[in-house]
Design a protein around this ligand. Structure first.
Ligand code: PMP
Length: 407
């Protein structure tokens, strides 16, 4: 294993000391949501104990402190994804809200009947349904690029789906059901060559690898804090400033306005134009703390460590008779989706839970992916920076023992 301070990192996450059914917790459901380090928990507690008030509203000391910390978190996000300006960082609830925001603002103004939105067959429901809603509202058409049996985008077929009606491409940077990492730079270049903007769903990629929006050159990048060791209830929509400037607001309310009369309302500047109402102040500050934590470790180190975890897990899983891995892309993040002969994924999940191991069993909000692989569901072990090789041994032994019982 690389020189990665795994024991120190594990000690930073209090929940990892918990016992589940009298067994040490082995938390392998990180693609659903990840656990929080002490610094994130402390940042929230500190805010509520010492510095909490509403933001952007008061001249009093606490409001100024809260605002500074909230805007400081925005600056941290900007640096973390290398955006050009904090104006490009919109705080939202999560990836789902970010994608809906783009569909209902960019989409409603730029997409008309007969226009096409291009996605892939491996998308999460939250990168399918907002476009279906938009299509119902506008008469636009959803085009879906196919995947192969390794769970990879068939790139040539994707390219063939561009037409002079394509108005937006929206694809996952990394798939939550399969772990596939898409060739997003190539996708962005292909779309831009046709003057089509690209939204990247970064919900899964952001905790696992460096993401540089200027290098990717994507037009929008969406992610959730809760998968990035930050609180739930906060997420980010990055958008290129020129596009955001032209988009109408998403929701109306306080903070997103500059002047209101009954006749006319003047909207606030970026990024506030898209942040109506009191935001998730503490959660945003928690996200800033998570980013500080990750930056101190280095996302390239996280990526290298997790790649080792994935290859270790894959190698051992492949030796288990009757286990089929779903998703074997050449470019893959730390997700191991699998099915077992004769044992339903829900039984796998329940049995592993009795051993203290948390995995997800289900369709992973990607029902079309399950249909493609002709499985009702999969069991999914998804790894994070605090998982260890020893935990993967526990998982592999657990799978073997349940095959003995059920198989
Ligand atoms: N896209 C992908 C690829 C995801 O994995 C998820 C979360 N499972 C989402 C979007 C939606 O994220 P959230 O529920 O945090 O809005």
């Amino acid at each position: 294993m690389t020189d990665f301070p795994i024991e120190k990192i594990r000690a930073d996450f209090p929940i990892l000391q918990e016992k589940i059914r009298n067994k040490p917790l082995v938390y392998l459901d990180n693609a659903a949501t990840s656990q929080k380090p002490e610094t994130v928990i402390d940042s929230i507690s500190h805010l509520y104990r010492h510095e909490y008030a509403n933001v952007h509203r008061g001249v009093h000391t606490l409001s100024v402190k809260s605002t500074d910390r909230y805007e400081g978190a925005r600056e941290k996000v900007k640096n973390f994804i290398n955006a050009a300006s904090t104006k490009e960082i919109i705080f939202v609830k999560g990836t789902t809200e970010a994608i809906n925001l783009v569909a209902q603002t960019f989409g409603r103004t730029n997409i008309q009947a007969g226009d096409e939105i291009l996605i892939t067959a491996m998308e999460h429901h939250s990168n399918i349904v907002p476009w279906q809603l938009l299509s119902e509202q506008t008469g636009a058409v959803l085009k879906v690029a196919p995947i192969n049996l390794q769970g990879e985008l068939i790139y040539d077929e994707f390219e063939k789906l561009f037409s002079d009606k394509t108005r937006l491409v929206s694809v996952a940077h990394m798939s939550n059901a399969l772990g596939t990492i898409n060739p997003v730079k190539q996708i962005v270049a292909a779309a831009h060559a046709r003057n089509v903007p690209v939204l990247l769903d970064g919900a899964q990629a952001i905790p696992h690898m460096p993401a540089d929006v200027q290098e990717l050159d994507c037009d929008f990048y969406a992610f959730s804090g809760h998968k990035l060791y930050a609180p739930s209830g906060i997420g980010v929509l990055y958008g290129k400033q020129a596009l955001l400037e032209e988009m109408p607001p998403y929701q109306g309310g306080g903070d997103m306005i500059r002047k209101v009369t009954f006749e006319e309302t003047e909207y606030n500047t970026l990024p506030y134009k898209f942040e109506a109402g009191t935001p998730s102040i503490a959660d945003a500050i928690g996200l800033g703390a998570a980013i500080d934590y990750l930056s101190a470790i280095g996302m390239d180190k996280v990526a290298a460590y997790e790649a080792e975890l994935l290859s270790y897990a894959t190698e051992h899983a492949k030796q288990i008779p009757g286990l089929r891995i779903i998703g074997e892309a050449a470019e893959k993040g730390a997700i191991l989706s699998f099915v077992l002969d004769k044992i339903h994924p829900h039984d796998i999940g329940t049995m592993l839970d009795s051993l203290g191991i948390a995995v997800r069993a289900g369709h992973h909000c990607a029902m079309p992916v399950m249909d493609f692989f002709e499985v009702p569901a999969t069991a999914r072990a998804s790894f994070a920076l605090y998982n260890s090789k020893a935990e993967i041994d526990v998982l592999i032994d657990g799978i073997k023992s349940l095959i003995e019982v059920f198989g």
